[in-house]
Design a protein around this ligand. Structure first.
Ligand SMILES: [Fe+2]
Ligand SMILES: [Fe+2]
Length: 299
C-alpha cells in the first residue's frame, strides 16, 4: 500500500524546508504583544468545542463560567502540546545523533527542534498570561511519557509526532480565523499553524520512507505503537483539574465530558486528516484498532 504514496528526495525536501524556515519563522517573544489586554467577553476556544458543550452541566454554567472553562481547556490543550513537543524534540535529537550533520536532512531536524523550543516557550507564556495553570497530562502519562523517546523509533516515532501535530493543527487552524475567539489565542495558533506545516511535510515523508522498508511483523509493531501513542495523546488533551476553575467536581465533570457526543465528534473531526494519511501508508491495522476506537479516532 505504501508503494502508491509518492515521496520526494530526502535532501531536496529538507533543503526546501530549510529555506522556508529561514524566510518564514516567528519569535513569540517579539511577535506577540504579551501586554495587550485580554478581551473579557471572548472565549478561549469556540464554545461548541468545549468538552461540556451540549451537556446538562453546560446548561447550568453562566456565560462567564463557560468562557472561564474554555480558558482552562485552552491551557490544558496548549500545555499538553508543550508536553508532547518536549518529547518529540528528544526523538528528533536522537535521530540527529546518528546522522551526518552536514546533510540538509540532519540540519532540518535541528531547525525543527529550534522551532519547537520557541513553541513550548510560547505555550508556557500563553498559560501564564491568561492566568491558568500549565496543566500538562495527568500523572501516569507524565511519568510514562518519559520512556517514549527511548523506545520509539522509525515510522511509529514520526507517525506519533504527526498525530500530535496534525490533531493540534486541526484545532488551531479552526480558531485562527474565528473572530469570536480571544485574540491572543488566535495569534498563538496562527504562529503555530504556519510553522507546523513544515514539520508535517518532514514527518509525513519520513513515515512513507520508513514504511516502505517494513516487513509484516515490523508493520504490525508500528501499527500498534502509533495507536498507543495516539490514544495517550487524545487522553492527555483535557486534564480533569480544568473543571475546578468553574466549581465543578473534576471526576464528575470529566466523566460527563468523556461521554459527551459533541466532544466525541470534536475528537473524530480533529483526527480526520491524520487518520486518512495513516491509513493510506498502512499504519492503521488490526493491532491498533482497539486503541484507535477507544480514542474515538475511528468509529
Ligand atoms: Fe510546535
Ligand atoms: Fe512540530
Amino acid at each position: 500500500m505504501t508503494r502508491t504514496v509518492q515521496v520526494n528526495d530526502r535532501e531536496k525536501t529538507a533543503s526546501r524546508l530549510l529555506s522556508s524556515s529561514a524566510k518564514n519563522s516567528y519569535d513569540p517573544e517579539v511577535d506577540i504583544d504579551w501586554q495587550a489586554p485580554l478581551a473579557e467577553d471572548k472565549p478561549y476556544l469556540p464554545l461548541h468545542r468545549s468538552t461540556l458543550y451540549g451537556t446538562p452541566l453546560w446548561e447550568r454554567l453562566t456565560e462567564e463560567q463557560r468562557i472561564e472553562l474554555t480558558k482552562h481547556e485552552f491551557a490544558s490543550i496548549a500545555s499538553n502540546g508543550l508536553w508532547f513537543e518536549v518529547l518529540l524534540m528528544q526523538m528528533l535529537l536522537k535521530d540527529f545523533y546518528h546522522r551526518d550533520p552536514r546533510t540538509q536532512h540532519a540540519q532540518y531536524a535541528l531547525t525543527e527542534v529550534a522551532d519547537e523550543c520557541r513553541h513550548s516557550t510560547m505555550f508556557a507564556k500563553a498559560c501564564d498570561r491568561i492566568g491558568a495553570p500549565a496543566y500538562g497530562p495527568f500523572r501516569i502519562l507524565h511519568e510514562g511519557g518519559r520512556i517514549l523517546p527511548a523506545v520509539l523509533k522509525g515510522p511509529s516515532a514520526y507517525a506519533s509526532i504527526l498525530v500530535a501535530e496534525e490533531i493540534l493543527d486541526r484545532i488551531q487552524r479552526d480558531q485562527m480565523f474565528d473572530e469570536q475567539v480571544q485574540p491572543l489565542v488566535r495569534m498563538v495558533n496562527r504562529i503555530h499553524v504556519m510553522e507546523e506545516a513544515r514539520h508535517v511535510t518532514f514527518a509525513r515523508e519520513e513515515v512513507v520512507r520508513g514504511m516502505r522498508e517494513c516487513n509484516p511483523a515490523q508493520r504490525a509493531y508500528h501499527q500498534f505503537m502509533t495507536s498507543l501513542v495516539g490514544y495517550c495523546i487524545i487522553k492527555a488533551l483535557i486534564n480533569p483539574d480544568v473543571y475546578k476553575a468553574v466549581g465543578l467536581r473534576p471526576a464528575t465533570a470529566y466523566r460527563t465530558a468523556m461521554e459527551n457526543p459533541h466532544w466525541w465528534e470534536t475528537i473524530r473531526w480533529s483526527g480526520e486528516k491524520i487518520m486518512a494519511f495513516l491509513d493510506e501508508v498502512g499504519l492503521v491495522g488490526k493491532p491498533g484498532m482497539p486503541l484507535w476506537r477507544k480514542a474515538g479516532l475511528i468509529g
